[in-house]
Design a protein around this ligand. Structure first.
Ligand code: NAD
Length: 477
C-alpha cells in the first residue's frame, strides 16, 4: 500500500490553473482524526471565475472522438493510480481498503463507459410528413449539450459519484463546475489532476472546494449555470430544486431501502448478501439495506445466519486488509445513530447484535421487533443499522415496503414468478432487484429514485440524456 498524502494545501482548479487560497479547511483521516490535507476555500470571485471559464470553454470545439480519447485516458489514469487513490479513500472516507479499491475500479469503468457513450449520442428521424399539410417536410432530432453543468457531490462515494457526473457531462459536450463534499475532496482533486494529464481542454472541468451552503448559493445565483446535478441529502436536494428556478436539475437523494426475503429464498445466500449490503461503508450507502422483511416461515433460520455473518465482520482500521467495517464519517453521525437506536429500543425494538458506539465507530447492528413508525425504519439511518421484521402475506409486505417517503431501490429474494412480477408492478422504486438486495448496482444501468429519493437517472447513457437537450430540425423542402 502506498503512503498517505503529505499535508499540503490543495488548490481550486479554474480555467486550467491551480489556484491555492490562503484560507483553507482541514481534511481528516476519519480513523486517526489526523489532518491529511488542507483544501483551499473558494471565495465568491473564484466561483464566478470557474463558471465563466466553463462558459467560455463551450465555445471551443471538443469533438466526440476527442471526448472519447480524454475520458479513456482518464480511466487509464485512474487505474494507474489505483492503490494511491484507494488509500486516499480509506483515509478521507474511512472506507475499508478492499471497498476503496472497488470504488476506484468502478470509477474507471464509469469514465470508460462515458467515453464509449460519447460516440453514440444521436437523435432520430421524425415523420413530420405524416401530418396533413406537411407532405414536403422532413425532420430529425439532435441531442445538444445543456452548457455549464454544476455538479455537487456527497461524501460517501466521493470518487465514483464524481465520475458519474463529470464523465457523462463531458461526454455530452458540456463544461463542468464541480463542488465535491468538503469532508472528502482529496480523491476528486486527484481525479482532476488525472483529467489535466489526460488532455482535457482548458475550462471544461473546474473544481471549487469549500463549504456547501456558500458555494451552493453562489452557483445557484449565477445565471450562466445551465444545469445542476446533485447527489446528497433530500434536504439540500429540495433547496437546490427550489433555487434552480427554470433550469434543469437532476437529483440523486436518500433512501431507507427495503429488501424482502420470501419463504422460497436461499437462506444462506440471502442472509449473507443482506448482511454485506447492510453494513458496507458502515451503512453509509444510499442503497444500503435498512429494512428487511422476512417471510415468517424462514425468519428464525434467516436471522441466525444473518447474525453469524454480521458477527464475523472485522470492525476497525480501514487500511487493515481484514477490516470490513470502518468508522463513520464523523462522531456526531455515530452519536445520531446511537440516539436513533436507543429511541427504537425504548419503543420496543430488540437488539439482536451490536447496538454500541465507540467514538466514531458504531457496531453493525441488527434490530428486530420493529415497526415502520420507528425512526430507524421511517427515516434514512445512513449508518450500520438494519431493522428486520416478518410478514406472511405478499400484498401486506408490498404495502409495507411502499410505506416510505423514499423510493430508490428495493430487493426481493424469490423464485416465485407471480410474486416477482407483482412486486415489479407495484413496488414504488426506481429499481427492483430480484434475488439480490436493494444494494446492487453496476455503473451502466439506469439509476435513480422516485418520491423523496429524487428525479432523473444516472448511469452514463441515462445521465447524458439528462445533460443534453433534444432539438428538432425541420426542413421545408
Ligand atoms: P449532503 O446533502 O449533506 O451534502 C451533499 C453535497 O451538498 C456536499 O457537497 C455539500 O457540501 C453540498 N451542500 C451542502 N449544503 C449545500 C447547499 N446549501 N447548497 C448546495 N450544496 C450544498 O449529503 P452528504 O451527507 O454528503 O451525503 C449523504 C446523503 O447523500 C444521503 O442522504 C445519501 O442517501 C445521499 N446519497 C444519494 C445517492 C444516490 O445516488 N441517490 C448516492 C450517495 C449518497
Amino acid at each position: 500500500m502506498t503512503t498517505t498524502v503529505s499535508i499540503e494545501n490543495l488548490g481550486l482548479f479554474i480555467d486550467g490553473q491551480w489556484r491555492v487560497k490562503r484560507t483553507t479547511s482541514d481534511v481528516l483521516n476519519k480513523y486517526t482524526q489526523q489532518v491529511i490535507a488542507k483544501i483551499s476555500v473558494a471565495e465568491e470571485q473564484d466561483v464566478r471565475d470557474a463558471v465563466t471559464a466553463a462558459k467560455q470553454a463551450i465555445t471551443k470545439s471538443f469533438h466526440p472522438y476527442e471526448r472519447y480519447a480524454v475520458l479513456k485516458n482518464a480511466a487509464e489514469g485512474l487505474r494507474e493510480r489505483l492503490e494511491e487513490l484507494a488509500t486516499i479513500l480509506a483515509e478521507e472516507v474511512g472506507k475499508p481498503i478492499s471497498e476503496s479499491r472497488g470504488e476506484v475500479e468502478r470509477a474507471a469503468l464509469t469514465l470508460e463507459i462515458s467515453a464509449e457513450e460519447a460516440k453514440r449520442i444521436h437523435g432520430e428521424g421524425v415523420p413530420v410528413e405524416s401530418a396533413p399539410g406537411s407532405e414536403n417536410r422532413q425532420a430529425f432530432t439532435r441531442r445538444v449539450p445543456v452548457g455549464v453543468v454544476a455538479a455537487i457531490t456527497p461524501f460517501n462515494v466521493p470518487l465514483n459519484l464524481v465520475c458519474h457526473k463529470v464523465g457523462p457531462a463531458l461526454a455530452a459536450g458540456n463544461s463542468v463546475v464541480l463542488k465535491p463534499a468538503e469532508v472528502t475532496p482529496v480523491s476528486a482533486i486527484m481525479l482532476t489532476e488525472i483529467f489535466e494529464k489526460a488532455g482535457l481542454p482548458v475550462g471544461r472541468l473546474n473544481v471549487v472546494t469549500g463549504a456547501g451552503p456558500k458555494i451552493g448559493n453562489w452557483l445557484l445565483g449565477n445565471d450562466d449555470v445551465d444545469m445542476f446535478t446533485f447527489t446528497g441529502s433530500p434536504k439540500i436536494g429540495r433547496l437546490i430544486k427550489e433555487k434552480a428556478g427554470l433550469r434543469k436539475v437532476a437529483l440523486e437523494l436518500g433512501n431507507n431501502s427495503a429488501t424482502i426475503v420470501h419463504k422460497d429464498a436461499d437462506i444462506e445466500q440471502s442472509a449473507t448478501l443482506v448482511a454485506q449490503k447492510s453494513f458496507n461503508n458502515a451503512g453509509q450507502v444510499c442503497i444500503s439495506v435498512q429494512r428487511v422483511y422476512v417471510h415468517e416461515d424462514i425468519y428464525e433460520s434467516f436471522l441466525i445466519k444473518m447474525k453469524d455473518v454480521t458477527n464475523s465482520f472485522v470492525v476497525g482500521d480501514p487500511k487493515n486488509e481484514a477490516t470490513s467495517i470502518g468508522p463513520m464519517i464523523a462522531e456526531k453521525e455515530a452519536v445520531r445513530v446511537e440516539n436513533w437506536v436507543n429511541e427504537a429500543i425504548k419503543e420496543g425494538a430488540n437488539v439482536e447484535t451490536g447496538g454500541k458506539r465507540d467514538g466514531v465507530f458504531y457496531e453493525p447492528t441488527i434490530l428486530s421487533n420493529v415497526n415502520n413508525d420507528m425512526k430507524v425504519c421511517r427515516e434514512e439511518v445512513f449508518g450500520p443499522v438494519v431493522a428486520v421484521s416478518t410478514y406472511n402475506d405478499v400484498d401486506d409486505v408490498i404495502a409495507r415496503v411502499n410505506d416510505s417517503e423514499y423510493g430508490l431501490q428495493a430487493g426481493l429474494f424469490t423464485n416465485d414468478l407471480a410474486f416477482a412480477m407483482k412486486a415489479a408492478n407495484q413496488i414504488e422504486v426506481g429499481g427492483l432487484i430480484i434475488n439480490d438486495t436493494s444494494g446492487y448496482r453496476v455503473d451502466h444501468m439506469p439509476y435513480g429514485g422516485v418520491k423523496k429519493s429524487g428525479s432523473g437517472k444516472e448511469g452514463p447513457k441515462y445521465a447524458i440524456e439528462e445533460m443534453t437537450e433534444e432539438r428538432i430540425v425541420v426542413f421545408n423542402l
